[in-house]
Each structure stands twice: as structure tokens, then as C-alpha cells.
Design a protein around this ligand. Structure first.
Ligand code: ZN
Length: 150
């Protein structure tokens, strides 16, 4: 079994694609392309539109970076999200996947906390409680530049 398939089995399940799922997949890919415009040439990222099944966690997306770069996104949980929020989720997972950074909360060093913030806070909820809203494209673009130049 491939690393990706094993990961999907652990985290969620990939259903047969429906038009509603393709629609969300296209949105995710749009934001991956946006990120590439800022960071330049990066490894191709596998996108899997899934439903997460773990009862104890309700992630919107998860990323892996082993032999392959991949993100899994729960399509039902992003369906009602506006673009700013979905961009946040997708870019967050991309930073895990491409650069192997963890969450702001996992570091003690103030400089790296600042470089990774707000994009790499553990959840959108945390960011919204700190910022009062979801950061917009301009703010997240500046954050992405801080991360790649850190
Ligand atoms: Zn994360």
C-alpha cells in the first residue's frame, strides 16, 4: 500500500468523486496555485478530497511530507467556507507539507513564532480569536514570504 493510501486510511476515507467534491477540489487547487505564485517552483502536491472519520479530531485538512507531498481536505467542512478562510486552510497545510514546519504553539523561540504567525497557528479558531477575523490574501502573502525567507 502506498504511503498516501495508508495515510488516507488512517485519517479519513476517499469517496468516489462527485460534482460537489470536484467543485471543492478546484477551489483547493486554485489556492495552491496562488501560493506557487508567491513561493515559486515547489514539489507537486497531491490533493485528496476526503471525509475525516476520526471521532476525536475534526481537522479541515492534514498534510504529509514523506516520500510524497500531499494534503487531505475534508470537502464537507470547507463547502461553506469563504475564500479567505479556505486560503488559510490550504496554505497552512502547504507550509506543513512543503516546509515541514509545525504549529506556532509548538515553538518556544519568539522569532520563529513571529515568522509562522498567523498562518501556522493550530487552528483557524485560534487565529480568529487573536485577529478578530480571518487574515486576508495580502496578510497571508506577507506571512508566506516571511516563512520562506526565515
Ligand atoms: Zn496544522
Amino acid at each position: 500500500m502506498s504511503v498516501l493510501q495508508q495515510f488516507i486510511n488512517e485519517q479519513g476515507f476517499a469517496e468516489p468523486m462527485t460534482p460537489a467534491m470536484y467543485k471543492q477540489r478546484r477551489r483547493v487547487i486554485k489556492f495552491i496555485n496562488e501560493a506557487k505564485e508567491i513561493v515559486g517552483e515547489m514539489p507537486r502536491v497531491e490533493v485528496r478530497i476526503v471525509t475525516f472519520h476520526k471521532a476525536d479530531v475534526t481537522p479541515l485538512g492534514v498534510a504529509i511530507m514523506e516520500d510524497i507531498y500531499a494534503i487531505l481536505i475534508d470537502w464537507k467542512r470547507i463547502a461553506d467556507m469563504d475564500d479567505d478562510k479556505l486560503r488559510f486552510v490550504v496554505w497552512h497545510e502547504l507550509v506543513h507539507s512543503w516546509f515541514d514546519y509545525s504549529h506556532v504553539e509548538d515553538y518556544d523561540d519568539e522569532e520563529i513564532k513571529e515568522a509562522l504567525s498567523p498562518l501556522m497557528h493550530k487552528s483557524v479558531k485560534i487565529v480568529e480569536s487573536v485577529w478578530g477575523r480571518t487574515p486576508n490574501k495580502e496578510e497571508l502573502s506577507a506571512n508566506l514570504v516571511r516563512i520562506i525567507t526565515y
